[in-house]
Design a protein around this ligand. Structure first.
Ligand SMILES: [Ca+2]
Length: 137
């Protein structure tokens, strides 16, 4: 469970914020490399949401997705380059820092993982559907 931190001060100017980064060391290359974040945010009255980004090898932050408050537990995922290796960082930041919205909003992180399947040089499975013809599907 992660909770926002309050800026303190008068309620009218108080803000709440959250900024947390996880580091995953030793990611392995694979034919298919997938980053998965299993998470949920309880509904909050300020309608504050949580934006996830990731970085490979201390490179630029890339959008992973936004977790909306009050929605079901879900897995945000993306496919990473098959050559991915070493350090992967995942960051979550709240999306609302309006003055006066000092509520301490929370989210749950159940699991963050990088799944590497197959060897890097391998062809990922490809499924081609030939029957019925496209027009009939
Ligand atoms: Ca906030």
């Amino acid at each position: 469970m992660l909770a926002e931190a309050s800026s303190g001060g008068k309620p009218s100017v108080r803000t709440s914020q959250l900024d947390h980064t996880w580091s995953i060391a030793n990611a392995q290359p694979g034919a298919v490399v997938t980053l998965e974040v299993d998470t949920q945010a309880a509904a909050n009255s300020e309608n504050d949401n949580f934006a996830f980004t990731y970085s490979i090898g201390a490179g630029p932050w890339v959008n992973l997705g936004t977790l909306l408050n009050g929605t079901a537990r879900q897995t945000l995922s993306t496919q990473l380059p098959s050559s991915t290796s070493g350090l992967i960082q995942v960051r979550v930041v709240d999306t609302d820092r309006t003055s006066g919205r000092g509520g301490i909003d929370q989210l749950s992180i159940y699991r963050i993982r990088v799944v590497s399947a197959g060897d890097p040089g391998e062809q990922a499975p490809v499924v081609t559907i030939t029957s019925p013809p496209r027009a009939q599907r």
